[in-house]
Structure formats: structure tokens, C-alpha cells
Design a protein around this ligand. Sequence first.
Ligand code: DGT
Ligand code: CA
Ligand code: CA
Ligand code: ZN
Length: 579
Amino acid sequence: MPPDKATVAQVLRDISLLLQMKGESVFRSRAYDTAADRIVGLGEDLGALVREGRLQELPGIGQATADKVSELVTTGKLAYFESLKAEFPPGVLELVRVPDLGPKKALALARQLGVDGVDALEKACREGRVRQLSGFGEKSETKLLDGIALYRRTVNTRRLLGEALPVAERILESVKAAPGVIRASLGGSVRRRAETIGDVDLIASAPDAGAVFDAFTRSPEVAQVIGRGESKCSVRLHERDLQVDLRVLPDEDFATALHHFTGSKGHHVRLRGLAQERGLKISEWGVHDANGQKQSVPDEAALYRLLGMQYIPPELREDTGEIEAALAGKLPEDLITLEDIQGAVHAHSTWSDGKNSLEEMARAAQALGLKYLTVTEHSQAAIYAGGLKEDDLRRQWDEIDRVNETVRGVRLLKGIEVDILESGALDYSDGILERLEVVIGSIHVRHSMDEEQMTRRLLQAFDNPHLHILGHPTGRLLQSREPYPVRMEAVLDKAAERGVVVEVNGKPERLDLKTEHVRQALQRGVKLVVSADAHKVADLGNLAFAVATARRGWARKGDILNTLPAEGFVETLRTRRAS
Ligand code: DGT
Ligand code: CA
Ligand code: CA
Ligand code: ZN
């Protein structure tokens, strides 16, 4: 998709900032700001203006700027901007987003302290390193910290799915209870189960939107009403500063509105094109034929039927091939669901760095209707996480046996999350590993190896027949740590060849494998587990996020090993070892 107006305007504003850092004349930098304003305020389609070469007709946009905008819109990139950025330290454009931090000061901080972003700047302030620079003092540190707090609230407002979804579901329940509400659903990215959520979208049908908004805005959860119109009301919640957009329509418009506000935009653009070929027009207002006659669309399935295609579940609506597959009738109909999951994989207890005892974990799993839980504490190298020595593990087995006696209907499986050491060797002897029912191998330290070394480390680990499952395969932490570099194709190729199972870790900051990697794994026939990576009872809920990620990667029930009963699960892992 070509960049939208807001993105183009942002690039122009960034160019202005970089020119100011460079010490260029204010006239040059201001010209870019003016152009950005023009583009944001444009009534017309930017793409059309570019195609027709009419950009420079706009007041305030000269030939040079017009050329840059054209390049950006047509290619999605701007060489001038990239080379300008390369003249400055990384992260400097993030620093200037902090309120009250101008381009010159941001540059000084980046150059002299090496801070490469807001996190690093916060650390420098707290350690009193900013005051050591000329032009800054103790007061500047306090002011910067205030600015950073504000920045976090206003600029970087995306939340992890795991943070936003429970809140969204709670608010949805209260909307369902509002006067006159007939149907209500989550929409937007939270319904598609995206990794991070900008704002929560809710769609409801009721005869009187005003009455629903009255009830909605009076909720004690609401901190501030941002806006309220005929059919839309936006609020900010106390919890996590989340914005919620609620739309309320007559019930006959519910399905098409729900579909529209579920997105994604990319998916919609494609559908609209398809509709046009069939003489239909899809919009926020419903589906109309060539005569402007509104079509009856009782639910989303009916909408996809009108277009001659299979129903596409929300998690798949990202324009990554789902439309072609649905037209050909080749979309999987048995995508994995949470109900298919029989056992929770990857759980820690107080034996290592978990918060709950084995018995508490077992009872919690039982309460969720799970049939088994793999107990996989950390191994000895993970000292920081209370890793177990081989002797500790033997003592733990006695407790597992005891819990399995007392807690009925759920079985704790004996396992380990063993560290994959720098050499690719596992952190326990074969003698103890072969006595375990479930061996997850994970990388926890030395993330800084280069791509070749890291790839070799993982491939080496796969040669150990005792390894069953590769845990959180890229080590990423959303919004705080990049994945380590690794050639994922090579890793998945070898996992397929050696029958190594790969984890889809459901911890909200991990979601690792991520969606794209799930699809790559499945294309190779690699089997997966969805895991909770539970460190406390409540974390068993992470299974839902792992399932969502697997669905977004088109995983079916048969692809996921922990849809099997305990015996089948353990038996399948045992076969890997034997072959
Ligand atoms: P987010 O909130 O950034 O995590 O992502 P979304 O997908 O929830 O985006 P949001 O809240 O801006 O809008 C919700 C849905 O509404 C979006 O997925 C598609 C639809 N929508 C919103 N604005 C537009 C638009 O300008 N064009 C089209 N085609 N659809 C839109
Ligand atoms: Ca949204
Ligand atoms: Ca929204
Ligand atoms: Zn781990």
C-alpha cells in the first residue's frame, strides 16, 4: 500500500527537523513543514494528484518538494530522506518527539551521551549523566523525565494485545448490557488479534445510539470523553490510558459496519476492488448494487458470500493471501481454536522463577478444563531464574508424583526448559534429559552473537535427540528487545528434517514464533505447540494469545501438538527421540 497522507507529512516534518539539526536556514526547513500542513489538509486523493502531476499546483509546494512527495508515494521510500538520516546518530528522531526537547538539544544528547532513543535518555537522566553536559543541569533532567512520561502517554500509545484484550472484553460486556443493545462486538486490531493495539474499537447495534452512549460514558472506567457524535463516541479509560471508539448503528447495518471497522485497511481495499468487478459497492454504509440499491447483509458470512468467497475469520484479514485462498475455496476451515487445546505447554513454578506452587498450577489448569500441564523449569545455567541442578530435578519429580496423586483430572508432565548454551549443547547431561517427558530448549543468554553463529547454535542443538521443542525461537520482547539475528528459514528447514517441534509462545511481550514465522513453519510441515510460558496461575491465559498468533499464521488443529491428549502428546515426542 502506498504511504498515506499522515505518513508522507511525517517524513516531511522529519526532514525539517534534520535540516534544523544541520543548521540550515529556517526558510529551508520551514518549507517542509508548510508542505506537510498542505498535504494533511488536502481534500483530494494524494495518489491521484501525484499520478496527474498536479502536486506543484498546490500553494506552498514547489517543484523540489513535489518530486520528493512523488518518489515517496510511488516507491514507498525517499532516497534523500534516507541519506539525510544517515548523517545523524540513530534514534535522534525519536528523541525530538519528547516534548520540550528541540532538534539541537536532541542532537547534543545523542552525540555526546550516545543515547539512541527515549529509553536510553531516561536512563541517562536517572543516572545523572545529562547534567554533566554543558547547557544542561539537574533541572533539565527533571524536565526531561517529565517530558518522557508525557511522551509515553501520548506518542507511543500502542499497547500489547495481552494488555488491551482483557480490558476490551470487559468494556464489551458493559456495552452489551447498555439500554437497547441488540448485538455488540469487538472490532479493529483487537478483533484481528494484532500484536499491538492502537485503540480499541467496539461496534454495537441499538435503536437509540444516544442512550447507549449515555450509559457508556458514565462508566466508572472512563477517565475522559474525547468526542461524541451521532453514531460514534470516543473515550479514554483509566486503565492503561486506552482509547476506545464505540460505534452504534441500527441493527440492519451492524454486519457491514462491524466488517468495515474490523479492517484491516489492506484487506478492505482488495475487497472493494473485487466488489466493483461484480457491480457492487462496499463502504462503511453497507453494500449497494449499481442502482444504489442496498443489499441485505445479516452477518459477515453473507457479505463474503455476496463476493463469491469463503468466510474469512478476522485474524486472517491482513491481505496476505487470504483473499485469493477464499476465492479458490482453499482457506483452512479447521483453524486452531482455544477449545481444541488439551494441555498447557511451558510452565514454571516456585521450583524456579514461578510465583505459584506445582499444586496451585495444577489446580488452575484443571479449572480451565486442561488435561495436562508440562512443568518446564529453567536449567542450571539460568542462575538468574533459579535454574535447577540435576539433583533438584529428581526431588521435583517426587513432588510432581504427589500432585498427580492428589489433583485429579489433570496431569503434570515432567519436563525442563533447558538452556541452549553458546556452543549449541544443552545444559544437562543426556542421562537426565532422556528421563524427561518434555524437553524445551531455549536461548536465554548471549543474544549478541551474529546471525551465522546464532543459526549454527540452534542447528547444533537440533542434533541432540533429547531436544523436543524449540522455545521462543527469536528471543524478541515486543517494544523492548529486538529478536536475535537468525536465519529462520534454515532453522525451520532443519526442524522439519529432524522432527523438532517449534513453540508459539503466548506471553504477550513475546508472541514468538510470530505470525509470519508460523506460516513459514507450516509450509515446511513443522509441528507446533502453543504455549503459555506461565510463571503464575494467571499466565495460563496466555494460551489464548498463542492460539491467536497461530490462527493468524493459518495453523489448523492438526498442526498443533498440544491438541492431542496427554498420552498422544508424550508419545509423539518420544518418537522424535527414537528416530
Ligand atoms: P490500531 O487501532 O492502530 O491498532 O488498528 P485498527 O486496525 O484497529 O485501526 P483503526 O482503529 O484506525 O480503525 C479500525 C478499522 O476501521 C480499520 O482496521 C479499518 C477501518 N478504517 C478506519 N479508517 C479507515 C480508512 O480510512 N479507510 C478504510 N478503508 N478503513 C478504515
Ligand atoms: Ca483500533
Ligand atoms: Ca479506532
Ligand atoms: Zn524461557
